[in-house]
Design a protein around this ligand. Structure first.
Ligand code: SF4
Ligand code: SF4
Length: 375
């Protein structure tokens, strides 16, 4: 039984417990940090283990977002990160709480940041208890795999491999894909839920390599595959052209709109994703519609929070009580005027400040694992 109000009370308890452990300056620093304020993305709340990345993937958008190519560990210590997340009004703690996504704007296991990443994993899993997914291209040896395996409630790990032939051109600072297949093998042997992350699908190139990559991931013990579209910016196009990437025409033919400075555009890829998904199933590999779906499965949860679902075990969906929604909305200082709950989701008419409504909606969506439609 999952109870919205109990989850809220646990959040309040965690904030107060962590405040007792931190100094005044540490509390202030964590309270100002973006982890205490950001809304979760569809895959979960992104946790930054470092600032910047030196793997230098040419298809990566972080450099256009202003992140440096010389990485440094994220400045908060583990307890501060846990505090910032517990403080975030949009975040629900616990096994039934907000998904945490490591590895979205940096590689967690670079030499420069691996210890910070492990510290954060321990803090999030051990103190808050949220389900964690982590994407990586790093070489994970047996020692690192053992440390990952020892993290409470386990992780959903996604190992990214998108090419085995052009990796030196496209991912100049990342470990060889052979090592990444090994990482899948080592993690899987240790009992860590590990999937192949075929993202971004690179049009032109991936069609040629996909079967080999899927077969090798399966042979290495992958629990499934997550397929993801390519996003481009003007910067990514320039970098790919500069190194002579041979499939530019295929990329250009899939850009749906004119590129504008600083804007990421997702390529039209539903045909390729569909083809690759069918191939994966034929080969005997489970296909997850997104990273959060693998996370749900790894943690024995169920979710119908978006149209890609249902994911996981829908018998595990928590009950939703109208009086809990009313009580919770009052804690957010909102006025809940109407509630309707059916198999399509939770429909709410809410009055109050927009930002507060968005935080309330995310909290409810995380815990109830259902679509939340607010008007
Ligand atoms: S490893 Fe990830 S974050 Fe780093 S450059 Fe490559 S895609 Fe970007
Ligand atoms: S329904 Fe599936 S894809 Fe959608 S948010 Fe839930 S886990 Fe993710």
């Amino acid at each position: 039984m999952v109870d919205l109000i109990r989850v809220w009370e646990e959040k309040v308890r965690l904030v107060s417990m962590l405040e007792d452990k931190l100094g005044e300056r540490e509390i202030e620093e964590a309270g100002r940090d973006s982890h205490a304020h950001r809304l979760p993305r569809p895959c979960g709340l992104t946790v930054h283990t470092g600032i910047g990345c030196n793997f230098g993937c040419l298809y990566c958008y972080i450099y256009d977002m202003g992140f440096p190519s010389t990485p440094r560990p994220y400045p908060l210590k583990g307890l501060q990160l846990a505090y910032a997340l517990a403080l975030n009004p949009a975040v629900a703690p616990g096994h039934h709480g907000t998904f945490m996504a490591f590895g979205s704007v940096t590689e967690p296991f670079m030499d420069e940041t691996v210890e910070r990443a492990l510290e954060y994993l321990d803090a999030v899993a051990g103190i808050l208890g949220n389900p964690i997914q982590l994407s990586t291209k790093a070489w994970i040896n047996d020692e690192l795999a053992a440390r990952i395996r020892s993290i409470p409630d386990h992780l959903s790990i996604l190992v990214t491999i998108v090419t085995t032939s052009l990796h030196e051109m496209l991912e100049p600072g990342a470990p060889d894909p052979e090592e990444r297949f090994q990482s899948i093998r080592i993690l899987s042997r240790r009992g860590v839920h590990t999937c192949l992350f075929l993202r971004p699908i690179l049009p032109g190139l991936c069609e040629k390599e996909v079967e080999d990559i899927l077969v090798r991931a399966l042979d290495s013990g992958a629990a499934g595959v997550v397929l993801g579209s390519m996003r481009v910016t003007g910067g990514i196009i320039r970098r790919l052209e500069a190194v002579g990437y041979p499939y530019m025409r295929e990329i250009f033919s899939r850009i749906p709109v004119d590129l504008k400075p600083g804007v990421q555009v997702t390529l039209r890829m539903s045909d390729l994703k569909g083809r690759f998904a069918r191939l994966a199933v034929e080969l005997g590999l489970r296909v997850y519609p997104s990273a959060c779906a693998a996370n749900v499965d790894a943690h024995g949860l169920g979710c119908v929070a978006c149209k890609s679902g249902p994911c996981g075990d829908v018998n595990k969906l928590p009950d939703v009580e109208e009086h809990d929604l009313r009580e919770l909305s009052a804690k957010y200082g909102l006025s809940l005027e109407k509630v309707m709950i059916d198999e399509r989701g939770i429909f709410l008419a809410v009055k109050g400040p927009r930002a507060r409504i968005a935080q309330f909606r995310e909290f409810v969506k995380s815990v109830c694992k259902r679509r939340v439609i607010v008007r």
